[in-house]
Ligand binder design. Structure first.
Ligand SMILES: C[S@@+](CC[C@H](N)C(=O)[O-])C[C@H]1O[C@@H](n2cnc3c(N)ncnc32)[C@H](O)[C@@H]1O
Length: 284
């Protein structure tokens, strides 16, 4: 599959586009050469060095084998900013921007915000940057994911406190948040989508939910009243077919104003509600 007999940038692209989409090939060549799209196109007759050629070929071949573009580039855009991503974190999805928008509608200056399962930190960092006076705390079970999230917060200048542990576990009581947001793992174990596309390369701990896929969401919903200030909101992402179950969980846990919001594709994507009863005293 390796490219033979080409030297110029335009020939490299012509070879690559026979294997992968042209726009991906351009992204890889821009990365290898450290050039913008415009600069690349302006001088596409120039030759590649041997090391540039090897690096480009490797990216193209790995992409042809299915590796996600974001992991190969080491970055992904989310809510207008560029985040470093590695195979230790879920690749931030455009549909998760809905979670950020709904959270921003409910956050005030000084709001205390908790992001559960922060991964690359995309949600927590977006909220911290959009609401600089908010106090944002982010939790993840994976130390490797937290290292990526920390580096993103630092690179983007976001003030976020990071805690390692399982869901509410590392959050000291009696912390009370005005907003809890989460994009937890929610794919059911054995779901055939896990064997397709980018999901094959993403950490299963970021994708697969406990039990029927809703186990982590159940835990997050049940623990939220004990961590939310009265009137505070819980908002979380879920699968397109989990809206009804999520609303039932929220209602059973005493939340009010329970709703599900669709993503841009019209699929149920985020559910949430307001903490409608006095906080519980039990530990969770
Ligand atoms: C679907 S990813 C979301 C990542 C990021 N918030 C985003 O939207 O791109 C879920 C994240 O939850 C984390 N996670 C899984 N189980 C957890 C647990 N028990 N406690 C805390 N975080 C957990 C995973 O490590 C992963 O980073």
């Amino acid at each position: 599959m390796r490219g033979e007999g080409w030297k110029a940038r335009r020939d490299a692209l012509a070879w690559a586009r026979s294997i992968i989409p042209l726009f991906e090939a351009r992204l890889f060549l821009e990365k290898v050469l450290g050039l913008s799209r415009v600069a690349l196109m302006a001088h596409d007759e120039l030759p590649l060095s041997e090391s540039e050629r090897e690096a480009f070929e490797t990216l193209v071949v790995r992409r042809a084998a299915g590796e996600p573009v974001a992991y190969l580039l080491g970055q992904r855009e989310f809510y207008g900013r560029t985040y470093r991503v590695t195979p230790d974190v879920l690749i931030p999805r455009p549909e998760t921007e809905l979670l950020v928008e709904l959270a921003l509608e409910r956050a005030d200056a000084g709001s205390r915000v908790l992001d559960l399962g922060t991964g690359s930190g995309a949600v927590a960092v977006s909220l911290a940057l959009e609401k600089p006076d908010a106090e944002v705390t982010a939790v993840d079970l994976s130390p490797a994911a937290l290292a990526v999230a920390r580096s993103n917060a630092q690179a983007l200048g976001a003030r976020v406190g990071f805690l390692q542990g399982s869901w509410y576990g590392p959050v000291p009581l009696p912390a009370r948040f005005d907003l809890i947001v989460s994009n937890p793992p929610y794919v059911a174990p054995g779901d055939p989508h896990l064997a397709e596309g980018d999901l094959r390369f993403e950490p299963s701990s970021a994708l697969v939910g406990q039990d029927d896929g809703l186990g982590d969401i159940r835990f997050i919903v049940h623990g939220a009243a004990n961590r939310l200030a009265p009137g505070g909101w819980l908002l979380f992402e879920h699968g397109y077919d989990q809206g009804r179950a999520c609303r039932d969980l929220l209602t059973a846990a005493g939340f009010t104003e329970v709703q599900t919001w669709p993503d841009l594709a019209g699929m149920d994507r985020v559910s949430g509600g307001a903490c409608g009863q006095p906080p519980l005293t039990r530990k969770s």
